[in-house]
Write a protein that binds this ligand. Structure first.
Ligand SMILES: *Cc1c(COP(=O)(O)O)cnc(C)c1O
Length: 301
């Protein structure tokens, strides 16, 4: 299978000023650099889905997302790259004047957008409705929201290839938990995996993650949701200031929905003495920078 990488992921050490004297090392695995649109963990989750679709004779993929969805835009671009048609079921109605730049780009990649209300969006993803949808679009392979299926987890396992054994703590932002689960199933047992949830809900996530973690790997993992900053997609001045400061010190742009909140959490944990002084932390930059357009005027990068 062709690889989409424009640049190979790499590990970038953070400036010592940011974490000394609390821990030995904090570095970032830059998955955001692999492609301007198909960025971060989304590529890994999609690639096995796309492979499965092609091998099984589907001529398109159908998936779900919101108006700023990193998954939707990555699906549109990946499908385009592989010569597949794509349909995006979008939560909420975006008329011409309100269309987001994310959705505009999706359309440019040939994605057919179908706008539905929040209620319909939710009910369409019931088992029964998905069955009907599959009948209606029999040429399309249906990928769940966020690429959250076995192929998504399979792809996420590949991220572990870039994680050296020497790191004691691996930190990643959690949306559907697909990447988190794939990683826990692959990382070495002695490595702690910490997940940072950028939304208020957490119980259902904990359950679905627990369901999909292999029993042999079911330890050394933990989820935090103290740093949602008001909820999914919400932000405040404190978060913006934090992200600008982080960029100034480390020269790494964070995204406002996921990695900005995760790094704010880690920063607070460092100062609270949450990690031991010998900890070597690897934070995963899962991408999503395209979603920063809505806050671009506030960001200094
Ligand atoms: C989608 C996304 C996540 C969450 O990934 P899951 O596998 O759904 O948990 C984290 N960070 C960014 C930037 C994302 O776009």
């Amino acid at each position: 299978m062709v690889t989409i990488h424009e640049s190979e992921p790499y590990i970038q050490p953070l400036n010592e000023i940011w974490y000394k004297p609390y821990v030995d090392e904090v570095s970032m695995l830059r998955l955001d650099v692999i492609h301007p649109v198909i960025s971060g963990n989304k590529w890994y989750k999609l690639k096995w889905n796309i492979k499965h679709a092609i091998e099984n004779g589907f001529t398109g993929v159908l998936t779900f997302g919101g108006g700023y969805s990193n998954h939707l835009i990555a699906t549109a671009a990946t499908a385009y790259a592989y010569g597949l048609k794509s349909i995006g079921i979008v939560r909420g109605s975006y008329t011409n004047s309100h269309v987001t730049s994310t959705l505009k780009t999706c359309a440019e990649y040939g994605m057919q957008l179908v706008f539905v209300t929040k209620g319909t969006y939710r009910s369409m993803q019931d088992k029964e409705s998905l069955h009907d949808l599959q009948k209606e679009y029999s040429d399309y392979f249906i990928i769940p929201e966020g690429g959250a299926n076995e192929w998504g987890r399979e792809g996420a396992m590949e991220i572990a290839r870039y994680i050296p054994e020497s790191y004691t703590h691996i930190c990643i932002s959690v949306g559907t938990g697909t990447s988190f689960t794939g990683l826990r199933n692959t990382l070495l047992n002695h490595q702690y995996l910490y997940g940072y949830i950028p939304m208020k809900e957490r119980n259902y996530l904990e359950l679905s993650i627990r369901e999909n973690i292999l029993s042999a790997n079911n330890r050394h993992w933990q989820l935090f949701n103290n740093w949602h900053f008001g909820g999914f997609g919400k932000r405040n001045d404190e978060l913006i200031q934090f992200m600008n400061h982080f960029y100034e010190v480390n020269k790494i742009p964070l995204d406002i929905v996921y990695t900005g909140k995760m790094m704010a959490g880690i920063y607070e944990q460092l100062h609270e003495g949450y990690f031991s002084a010998t900890a070597r932390i690897l934070c995963i930059h899962t991408g999503g920078l395209q979603g920063n357009v809505s806050a671009q005027h506030l960001l200094e990068y």
